[in-house]
Write a protein that binds this ligand. Structure first.
Ligand code: GUN
Length: 286
């Protein structure tokens, strides 16, 4: 029987703490942090994420501006919008919701965001800082995962950790954070040979492969800590489900995160934290 870490509950606690902190800002700094979110097109998943971000900002007392642009926006126009937000002293954080339409170069867009306003932690200079162990904005999902492990009292140092997935957003940065926490880290992926054998060796298993119920009981060691980053539709029930077959893995794992209500809310909560961090860093530079 696994202990289930509720990202929803932990998020509620962290947001309440941040709301108390932000309530003091007008007296101290004359205003509250301001997050600008750019949404291109109307991909339903992206619309839902952006709505969730606006809701969390309202809960914390962060000012949120969501800027919507049509899917056929020219790349140059999007870059010009980012330049405008970079130059706006009243904007502390800029987030461009991904994925972007095919005709837009995502890397170019990410690199156009001022590093000090990059609340996603995706800018190449933030990524470089992470890999060089320099102060940086941490990407939200990996940061949220580390907070969940900490909350569950999981000792990471010295453990064998396996990350399934090698994306820039989750797999690579979470592997680096686990490494920095002194785990012995393996990055596995869809082309890993004998994947089940590799994952069975994991004391901590982070799954970010984007396939519904991909991790089955035979892939998990007895007593493993399992973090499920997936957000998928179950092809059978149509319901939201993770990358882990929750019902099958739950009896074997010692700690498990649910979907929904696990990593997802923590990602959004860490975005709020990053917005506050960028705001405070800016206030200190003055
Ligand atoms: N799309 C999916 N996850 C993310 C994220 O963390 N940030 C942004 N900007 N887009 C995403």
């Amino acid at each position: 029987m696994a202990t289930i870490i509720s990202g929803k509950e932990l998020s509620a606690e962290l947001k309440a703490e941040m709301a108390r902190q932000v309530a003091e800002f007008p007296a101290e700094y004359g205003r509250v942090p301001h997050l600008a979110v750019i949404l291109v097109g109307d991909n339903p998943a992206s619309v839902s994420y952006v709505t969730g971000k606006a809701k969390a900002a309202a809960e914390v007392g962060i000012r949120n501006t969501t800027i919507r642009r049509p899917a056929d926006i020219a790349e140059a126009e999007l870059l010009a919008l980012i330049a405008e937000l970079n130059a706006d002293a009243a904007v502390d954080g800029i987030l461009v919701q991904l994925p972007l339409p095919k005709h837009i170069d995502e890397n170019k867009v990410i690199a156009a965001i001022d590093k000090s306003k990059d609340v996603d932690g995706f800018h190449p200079l933030n990524v470089a800082s992470l890999w060089q162990k320099q102060p940086c904005v941490l990407p939200c999902t990996p940061k949220g995962i580390m907070k969940m492990l900490e909350r569950a009292g999981v000792e990471v140092a010295g453990k064998r950790a396996v990350v399934i997935g090698r994306s820039n957003i989750v797999g690579l940065p979470v592997a680096k954070l686990l490494l920095d926490a002194n785990a012995t880290v393996t990055i596995a992926h869809s082309r890993t040979a004998n994947l089940a054998e590799v994952t069975r060796g994991a004391e901590i298993l982070v799954v970010a492969i984007g396939r519904p119920k991909f991790v089955t009981a035979d892939m998990v060691a007895e007593g493993a800590v399992v973090i499920d980053v997936g957000v998928n539709r179950d092809p059978e029930s149509g319901k939201l489900c993770g990358d882990v077959d929750f019902a099958a893995v739950e009896p074997k794992a010692s700690v498990l995160t649910p979907v929904p209500g696990g990593v997802g809310p923590m990602t959004i909560t860490c975005l709020m934290e990053n917005t506050i961090e960028c705001f405070l860093a800016k206030a200190e530079r003055r």
